[in-house]
Ligand binder design. Structure first.
Ligand code: SAM
Length: 234
């Protein structure tokens, strides 16, 4: 279903990522199951195998090119949808411990079945980030919180930074030129440090990663409830 192994290897290598046969087989299974399941539950607008490879799998993996993630790190993927970026990351970095969080139960059910097929371990949470981030068992427990295409930087910071331990990172995967620096004061209120921005291209399309190191604990005032977050972004 995906382009041949050699072509996929060349593509990944062009971005500094090595792909072995076992990982390729898992990506193939992932692509097939994604397209099949997408007929009954809306998971993605991208259904062409080559585009899935580039715009979902490779794009997700490029987080590792731009953010150094230590061995055995625990990552929570906030608004993971069909598993991006965390499931591709787990395929190429099996040492990572991934927690998949989404507010849509149907997507979590897909992810449980997918991870079973791929024989990868993951924790699944059905819920809203602003509720789950208040729970002691998840608060400031992760080395990294990732989010791709979920909300603007200020809202995302409030949803993600409460999960991150002091010294860990929040990484937002964004579209080209998306404004992130105007959220500096929101990030600061939530215990984050400077916002680092990396711009790069993926097969000619612009991409941006904004990464923040957590430098102090998040006040228990945050995250607020959804209506306050929406009405009065920090
Ligand atoms: N990260 C995936 C990707 O890059 O393809 C999915 C992006 S999709 C546009 C946004 C996802 O975030 C949806 O699956 C939605 O259900 C989830 N979401 C939105 N707000 C959320 C919240 N407050 N808590 C948890 N999940 C949320």
């Amino acid at each position: 279903m995906l382009p041949e192994f050699e072509l996929c290897c060349d593509l990944f290598e062009g971005y500094g990522k090595k792909l072995i046969d076992e990982q390729y087989q898992k990506f193939n299974t992932y692509a097939e199951f994604l397209v099949e399941y997408n007929n009954k539950v809306n998971l993605t607008a991208i259904t062409d195998p080559e585009q899935i490879l580039i715009k979902h799998f490779l794009d997700s993996c490029l987080l590792l090119k731009h953010l150094e993630i230590a061995e055995n790190s625990a990552i929570i993927d906030v608004g993971t949808g069909a598993g991006f970026p965390s499931v591709p990351l787990k395929i190429i970095r099996p040492d990572l411990k991934i927690t998949l969080l989404d507010s849509l139960d149907k997507r979590i059910t897909f992810l449980e079945q997918l991870c079973d097929k791929l024989e990868i371990e993951a924790e699944f949470i059905h819920g809203r980030a602003e509720d789950i981030g208040k729970k002691p068992e998840y608060r400031e427990k992760f080395d990294v919180a990732s989010a791709r295409a979920v909300a603007n930087m200020s809202v995302l910071s409030e949803l993600c930074l409460p999960f991150v331990r002091v010294g860990g990172y929040f990484a937002a995967m964004k579209g080209p030129g998306e404004d992130v620096l105007s959220s500096s004061s929101a990030v600061e209120k939530l215990g984050g440090g400077e916002i680092f921005v990396v711009d790069y291209t993926l097969e000619g399309d612009g991409r941006r990663i904004a990464a923040v190191k957590k430098i102090s604990q998040t006040s228990t005032r945050y995250p607020r409830n959804w209506s306050q977050i929406k009405k009065k972004p920090l």
